[in-house]
Design a protein around this ligand. Structure first.
Ligand code: PGA
Length: 241
């Protein structure tokens, strides 16, 4: 199975030319390392332009950072799953901790996930404990998030394990702990949701210097925030996958 490298640009960059430069850097690397599947999640306002720019680049897909709960209608500021699908978006991040912090509940995450699947967009479902805790307490937290979000239909879903305390670009990463949780998520989903095809990736302060070790933990890929804005890191992360 190809390793997945997903770049979440969050609310960056501020200029479209910078976004093009980053997308071009991703494209060069994706062409070089065809054994890697690369996903780029630009801010919504740049999504269409980036999707066009990358449309002939095999091995790179575009993702949205969020989706509306609704199919359409009077919801100012929202973007439906169908609109995303219309412009060629094939992945979407849901339940990112930064959105959960702004009030996104497990119930909303579950609805968004279904809206995406109805429109053939593969969700990248983010789960992760907010504070460092014991192995048992951490697992209970994640298990609950999974149970509340995962659908009973058959589908492909990427699950991103992102301990919230490790997000920020330069935090310490507990590689051993991450490897254990990733494996536990994988076996839990296989047993409890056999109709789902899942890939489990890790996110939280992944960068050029630790990415090889992260891959050594048995993850199916990585979800990268801060380092996705640094061209050198982009090169090394894709090359390491
Ligand atoms: P980070 O963010 O790589 O900057 O820690 C990861 C994420 O929020 O997905």
């Amino acid at each position: 199975m190809k390793k997945l490298v997903a770049f979440n640009w969050k609310e960056n960059p501020q200029q479209i030319q910078e976004a093009f430069a980053l997308a071009d850097r991703v494209e060069v690397n994706a062409k070089k390392y065809q054994q890697v599947e690369v996903v780029v999640a630009p801010p919504a306002v740049f999504l269409l332009s980036i999707a066009h720019r990358l449309e002939n680049c095999q091995g790179v897909a575009c993702a949205s950072q969020d989706v509306s709960l609704f199919d359409g209608g009077a919801h100012t500021g929202e973007i439906s799953a169908q609109m995303l699908s219309e412009i060629g978006v094939t992945y979407c991040i849901v339940g990112h901790s930064e959105r959960r912090a702004m009030g996104e509940s497990d119930e909303m995450v579950a609805k968004k996930l279904l809206a995406l699947l109805d429109n053939n967009i593969e969700p990248i479902l983010c789960v992760g404990e907010t504070q460092k805790d014991s192995e048992d307490a951490t697992w209970k937290f994640i298990e609950t998030q999974l149970q509340r979000a995962l659908p009973s239909v058959s589908a492909s879903v990427v699950i991103a394990y992102e301990p919230v305390w490790a997000i920020g670009g330069d935090k310490e990463v507990d590689l051993e702990g991450a490897g254990k949780v990733v494996e536990r998520i994988r076996s839990f989903v296989h047993e409890t949701y056999p109709q789902l095809r899942v890939r489990v990736v890790y996110g939280g302060s992944v960068h050029a210097k630790n990415v090889s070790e992260v891959f050594d933990c048995g993850v199916d890929g990585v979800l990268v925030g801060s380092a996705s804005l640094r061209e050198k890191d982009v090169d090394i992360i894709i090359a390491s996958a």
